[in-house]
Design a protein around this ligand. Structure first.
Ligand SMILES: [Zn+2]
Length: 193
């Protein structure tokens, strides 16, 4: 917003000032220098310029993170880079979504405590990233693939008479069973486990 008049009283007697401002959060204070604001000489209201508001928002978000015991934007960047991830890949692996880290790191969004814990964990615990990568690699396979030898009687004509992989849905269908949960029992019932 460009100020040409005071938004409160309409006075055109306004001036720009640059001063330090003190912000408070949960009993803690932070001083931000160089805050540009428009001050009305008539009603004495003051308004931050857009530039100052945007800049302060970022500083204040990190200030809140510190007080709340969460990683700051710089700490998040440092961890992500130390693990050699792009913002997109890190968000996708950790579950925040592809845009999450761009937002955390530019202070548009504060990470949840759960995400904060996860970031700290993949940073501190050896093997944690590999664990998530392994999970990621298999998560879109809805059912465990099983190696099945069909009994002759159960084997459809168009299915080769050999070991092969099927999903348990296919298996259940071949066995005429409705329930997916019966997989283990089905396997046992045809002598495969
Ligand atoms: Zn005014």
């Amino acid at each position: 917003m460009k100020f040409e008049a005071c938004p409160v009283c309409g006075s055109k007697s306004i001036e720009k000032q640059v001063t330090p401002e003190i912000f408070e959060y949960k009993g803690h204070q932070k001083t931000i220098d160089g805050c540009e604001k428009i001050v009305c000489k008539d009603c004495e209201e003051a308004f931050f310029t857009d530039e100052t508001s945007k800049r302060n928002e970022k500083i204040i978000r990190d200030f809140h993170r510190e007080i709340d015991g969460l990683l700051t934007s710089n700490q998040i960047v440092k961890i992500r880079k130390s693990l050699a991830f792009t913002q997109t890949a890190f968000g996708e692996l950790l579950g925040g979504g592809s845009k999450a880290f761009a937002k955390y790191e530019s202070c548009l969004l504060t990470q949840s405590r759960a995400m904060d814990n996860l970031i700290r964990m993949v940073d501190a615990v050896p093997g944690a990233i590999e664990f998530l990568r392994d999970r990621e690699a298999t998560k879109n396979v809805p059912f465990k693939k099983v190696s099945v030898v069909y009994l002759n009687a159960a084997r459809p004509a168009d299915v080769p008479k050999s070991d092969y992989n099927v999903t348990h849905l296919t298996l259940n269908s071949q066995l005429g069973r409705a329930s997916c949960e019966d997989l283990d029992d089905n396997l046992k019932s045809v002598g495969v486990s």
